[in-house]
Design a protein around this ligand. Structure first.
Ligand SMILES: [Zn+2]
Length: 100
């Protein structure tokens, strides 16, 4: 279910993870929860369209899959705040827009 090179896939309302021990990793769980919130805020389907389009645009820019992935606004927000466990409680609506 989870593609090679990735540890998890978040498809609201589910998070598919590659390794069970990750469930105990608060930072990892918070990262995926941020994605759940982003998906909800975009009413799910548009999130994936936007995510794929932004990946494509970033890939054309960087010509590197991992750089393109890390620079997607949704990933930038999740990576920037995954260590801040209270982030979801104070996350402004559509806050990923700050990373565009
Ligand atoms: Zn992510």
């Amino acid at each position: 279910m989870v593609p090679k090179g990735y540890t998890a896939i978040t498809l609201f309302p589910f998070v598919f993870i590659k390794h069970d021990f990750l469930k105990g990793d608060k930072r990892f769980v918070n990262h995926e929860k941020i994605h759940l919130r982003q998906q909800l805020e975009l009413l799910i389907l548009p999130f994936f369209v936007w995510y794929a389009l932004e990946f494509l645009i970033r890939y054309l820019h960087y010509r590197c899959c991992s750089l393109a992935y890390r620079n997607i606004s949704f990933e930038q927000e999740a990576y920037a705040h995954e260590g801040s466990l209270g982030y979801l409680n104070r996350l402004p609506f559509w806050s990923f827009m700050r990373y565009l």
